[in-house]
Design a protein around this ligand. Structure first.
Ligand SMILES: [Zn+2]
Length: 217
């Protein structure tokens, strides 16, 4: 991930070549060519990812890549001023890349979200994203780390000013993101919430045993 602070970071921490899952260092030109429906270009915060086609809600935009680091490795490597790591599990952090997934900015009113399926992390549209629009997601939906935070100046009316772990964002916003299906299980658990299956199952059990007794009248 990249940041939305005024002092935008370089694509990767200086002196640390971006690792790749594919056995080598990816070409610097990858930001232009690897995902033809996306474009990486400068923004007021450094670089951002823009749509070159229209995306519909639920449509997959890209896969987040990078070498996977443990929490311990992540904590030893991360530079809080230039964070390009993204948490995808309790003990799994994707490292920096040179591909568009490295440059997706945070926004407090995002048009995309994170979905993790079988250990792979994908960015999916949650709104219709028009050609030319910047694509963003809410970094808090991937954060259960109690370590890295950042200031936010995304400029939307509901900007939280500070991007922190999911458990700290307002409850109504948590519910909005959960309803959109863009809160990974490990993030749900970190906020003291069961995963969606458990919630569904608990509701079914409650209905069966209590005959729809109204619990919050
Ligand atoms: Zn913001």
């Amino acid at each position: 991930m990249t940041t939305t602070t005024a002092s935008a970071p370089a694509p990767a921490a200086a002196g640390e070549p971006p690792p790749s899952m594919h056995g080598g260092i990816e070409a610097a030109a990858d930001t232009r060519s690897s995902v033809p429906q996306l474009e990486v270009r400068p923004t007021r915060f450094g670089k951002g990812v823009f749509a070159k086609k229209e995306f519909k809600p639920g449509e997959k935009i890209l896969q987040f890549k990078g070498r996977i680091y443990s929490r311990k490795e992540y904590l030893s490597k991360v530079n809080p001023e230039k964070c390009h790591y993204m948490q995808i599990g309790d003990d799994a952090f994707l490292g920096p890349t040179t591909t568009p997934d490295n440059f997706v900015n945070h926004c407090c009113e995002p048009n995309a979200g994170l979905k993790i399926h079988k250990g792979k992390a994908f960015l999916v549209a949650v709104d219709t994203i028009a050609v030319g629009s910047e694509i963003t997601f809410d970094y808090s939906t991937s954060m259960a780390e109690d370590h890295w935070e950042m200031d936010c100046a995304c400029g939307v009316p509901s900007c939280r000013s500070r991007v922190r772990d999911f458990k700290y964002i307002p409850i109504p916003l948590q519910h909005k993101y959960i309803d959109l299906g863009i809160v990974p299980d490990f993030v749900m658990r970190s906020a003291g919430l069961a995963d969606p299956y458990d919630l569904f199952h608990a509701a079914e059990v409650t209905r069966g045993s209590e005959q729809m007794r109204v619990a919050h009248a």
